[in-house]
Design a protein around this ligand. Structure first.
Ligand code: UDP
Length: 337
């Protein structure tokens, strides 16, 4: 049988992680075709292949794009990804992340696409008691965002059972950092993530609010496992190789296995930037588990993947570089960020 086309549809490829994956695909001999409705993504982040401006809920445009570009596989990033927003607007999240993903799966299956790498999350685990978290942990999301990602994981499972569509669900921990060449990086609007907000504070913006100092952790602040976006991108390309070599469907944690507290992140930013980070203590943020740290050994073994640039200094240094240059280059949405 001829091997499937190396042209890959990257839904959400104008977003933070999707754009890094498109770059990694191009570097690895694939041809990324970005499919993005640009509601949260950025046209300037699409640099390694064509952009189709469209919505994953649009079955006709999807079917046409898959046929026209001879798509061999899909990396599916397109989704809304703010935990807080998902709590207040669950309808938006179920519509965008579940209903439209189901349209994508059905259209891809009908068009004969056999492999899907899916952007999932550690939020599917909820608030686990045992750390580090393995893939055997029960998935009990504590917010609609995590729930919608779990729904798609389950749909992928049943598509495999019925139709032989194989998939890798990659459960990211905390994506962070910027492209090491400084070409792309994080630009959310509004920004809610810790590290870019700490950069803003270091640049003289609003003091960073530390959400809770009374958690059951060594310094009382929440612990997260920060993984460099380039390492995430690399894992997606490796997952694609794995599926193309007939690897069975699986779900894998992408993290480093090492956690950092909010206070430790502030200290790293102060060390890297040489600037003080003004901060204030605030209430806990609803829906935040105290600690989330991955056991990444299954991904290490299955994909022969290991993080190469996820030490905290590289994360902060590359993120800081991007944060400063993107402001200078005008890669900032008029709405804020
Ligand atoms: N956090 C904080 N202040 C902020 C934003 C985040 O203290 O302004 C904390 C948050 O409570 C969590 C950690 O930083 O413990 C990482 O939050 P982020 O929103 O970056 O990612 P999440 O863990 O929600 O995916």
């Amino acid at each position: 049988m001829p091997s499937p086309s190396k042209t890959v549809l990257v839904t959400g490829g104008a977003g933070y992680i999707g754009s890094h994956a498109a770059k990694m695909l191009a570097k690895s001999g694939y041809e990324p075709v970005v499919y993005d409705n640009l509601t949260r993504g950025h046209e300037w982040a699409v640099r390694w292949g064509p952009l189709v401006v469209g919505d994953i809920g649009d079955a006709d445009l999807l079917a046409h794009t898959i046929k026209h570009h001879n798509i061999g596989a899909i990396l599916h990033f397109a989704a809304l990804a703010y935990v807080g927003e998902s709590v207040t607007n669950p309808e938006l999240y179920f519509e965008n992340n579940v209903v439209k993903s189901l349209t994508l799966l059905k259209t891809a299956w009908q068009a004969g696409v056999k492999h899907i790498v899916f952007s999932s999350t550690c939020a599917t685990y909820g608030s686990p008691e045992i750390l580090p978290i393995t893939e055997r942990e029960r998935q009990r999301p504590i917010n609609p965002y995590g729930e919608t990602k779990l729904c798609v994981e389950r749909a992928l499972h049943w598509y495999d059972m019925a139709h032989g569509t194989t998939s890798v669900a990659l459960r990211y921990f905390n994506a962070a950092g910027g492209d090491l060449d400084g070409e792309i990086g994080e630009a959310h609007s509004p920004e809610t993530h810790l590290i870019p907000l700490v950069f803003d504070a270091a640049q003289g913006g609003k003091p960073i609010a530390i959400f809770g100092t009374d958690y059951d952790t060594p310094d009382g602040t929440c612990i997260r496992d920060y993984i460099h976006v380039t390492d995430l991108a690399d894992a997606h390309v490796k997952a694609l190789h794995y599926l193309r070599e007939d690897g069975p469907s699986t779900a894998l944690n992408l993290g480093t296995g090492q956690g950092y507290s909010v206070k430790e992140i502030l200290a790293s930013v102060e060390a890297v930037t040489g600037r003080p980070v003004p901060h204030r203590i605030a209430e806990r943020r609803p829906g935040d588990p105290p600690s989330l740290v991955a056991d990444p050994s299954l991904a290490n073994e299955t994909l022969r993947w290991k993080p190469e640039c996820s030490d905290i200094e590289t994360i902060v240094r590359s993120g800081w570089h991007w944060h400063r240059t993107r402001n200078a280059a005008g890669h900032v949405d008029p709405t804020g960020a």
